[in-house]
Write a protein that binds this ligand. Structure first.
Ligand SMILES: Nc1ncnc2c1ncn2[C@@H]1O[C@H](COP(=O)(O)OP(=O)(O)OP(=O)(O)O)[C@@H](O)[C@H]1O
Ligand SMILES: NCC(=O)N[C@@H]1O[C@H](COP(=O)([O-])[O-])[C@@H](O)[C@H]1O
Ligand SMILES: [Mg+2]
Length: 392
């Protein structure tokens, strides 16, 4: 039982990270009468525009984070990005605060090393071969060990930032420099991964709730430069492959524990299913569920973290999402083409409301349904193609 938002008895969540995914989480939380506080490193972030209150702080600054949490005393702390002072969350959890899904899950998934070692070394899940490096010389040795082509990523980054494919030893220095520029933390550590020649890749949304563990239908997606462009649901898989994928997702989410929705990223190769990484929160490729399912990934996350049951998840129709990205830095711009995009059948658009554009920054997404996945993909792509950013 919750009191009214903004009253003394309100149930309060604090979102750490306030992008497009958090905006939908806040909307779903408000639908259940929850008070919402949004936090990010810049003002007017998407989720801040719909939350009851917001704060701008560096979430990598443990002291600032603690001060804010002690001031607001949220019932639930809900990480929305990786780049957070997770050690502070671990301490706050031991003092009685609740972190979603758990502070340890946030800490392990914050850096690629924590989650990769858990998946591969502790749980024995199949992953690409990997090595870590702290300096250019160590990177040269790591690439020699893994072989080329390989993928080099800062251990703390997301949406492909600082990631590159190293095709020959001549690329190593360029990859190192890209990783140093693109990483979110000050740590100069990178992971080198064997390049997996997969047939397709999926996100398996996995919900841990009062009803136990449930899976959404697999979401297929296409990534460019390490960031997602297009996703669709359902993705066709053989029943043996789906079983393997669900087994991996159950193992990793059981190990991470807590309640909430996880996005388990998997590569589907002819011989096996590889674990790639996992988000302990809604996933960008899962935005398609706003069109495809009765309960979107955001509604599922909110239900689960509030301790409510998730008895069923229904896939209502094939659907697809296609992103609109900016190509330059700008503070004044307009997003146009909505009349054309929305003239298409079975199509919706989400404009995130980010205050600035940056090269590659995701600004909006088109969502379409269809009789088939192919039809939905065609419509979503056409709708996103109609959207445009006019810079001035
Ligand atoms: N070892 C690999 N072999 C082949 N492709 C890879 C490999 N690692 C990553 N990729 C490709 O790059 C994409 C992004 O990689 P990854 O998910 O590790 O980055 P990310 O920055 O965490 O992205 P996000 O935060 O959007 O999930 C993958 O979805 C896949 O398409
Ligand atoms: N792949 C992770 C992902 O999609 N995260 C989403 O992007 C936002 C950051 O966007 P920005 O970099 O444009 O500020 C995050 O806040 C989250 O909503
Ligand atoms: Mg990923």
């Amino acid at each position: 039982m919750y009191g009214a938002p903004l009253s003394a008895g309100a149930h309060k969540i604090m979102l750490l990270g306030s992008g497009e995914l958090g905006k939908e989480v806040i909307i779903e939380a408000q639908r259940l009468g929850v008070e919402t506080v949004a936090v990010d490193r810049y003002a007017n972030a998407p989720a801040m525009q719909v939350a009851h209150r917001s704060y701008v702080i560096s979430m990598l600054d443990g002291e600032a984070l603690r001060e804010l949490i002690e001031k607001e005393k949220p019932d639930l702390i809900v990480p929305e990005i990786e780049a957070i002072a997770t050690q502070t969350l671990v301490e706050l959890e031991s003092e009685g605060y609740r972190v979603i899904p758990t502070a340890t899950a946030a800490r392990l998934t914050m850096d690629r090393e924590g989650i990769r070692r858990l998946a591969s070394e502790t749980l024995g899940l199949p992953t690409a071969r990997y090595a870590f490096a702290d300096t250019l010389d160590e990177l040269k040795a790591a690439v020699a060990e893994i072989g080329t082509p390989c993928v080099i990523k800062p251990i703390m980054s997301s949406s492909g930032k600082g990631q590159s494919v190293c095709r020959t030893p001549d690329d190593i220095e360029t990859s190192w420099n890209l990783a140093m520029e693109g990483g979110r933390a000050k740590k100069a550590r990178v992971i080198v991964e064997e390049f997996i020649r997969f047939d397709s890749e999926i996100t398996l949304l996995t919900v841990r709730s009062a009803s136990g563990t449930s899976f959404c239908a697999p979401i297929g997606h296409i990534q460019k430069d390490g960031d997602y462009i297009e996703s669709w649901q359902p993705h066709f898989m053989s029943s043996a492959q789906l079983e393997e994928a669900q087994e991996i997702a159950a193992k990793i989410t059981d190990a991470l524990g807590g309640t909430g929705l996880y996005g388990v990223e998997l590569f589907l190769a002819p011989d096996k299913v590889y674990f790639s990484e996992v988000s302990p929160r809604p996933h960008d490729t899962g935005m398609v569920t706003m069109a495809s399912q009765d309960l979107s990934e955001f509604a599922l996350h909110v239900r689960a973290i509030l301790g409510f049951p998730v008895p069923t998840i229904r896939l209502l129709t094939p659907a697809a999402s296609y992103t609109l990205k900016a190509d330059r830095d700008a503070e004044t711009f307009r997003i146009g083409g909505l009349p054309e995009a929305l003239a298409l059948p079975n199509t919706q658009v989400r404009v995130f409301g980010k205050p600035e554009t940056k090269p590659g920054r995701r600004m909006a997404v088109a969502l379409s349904t269809g009789e088939t996945v192919e039809e939905a993909r065609r419509l979503a792509k056409e709708a996103a193609g109609n959207l445009r950013i006019e810079y001035s």
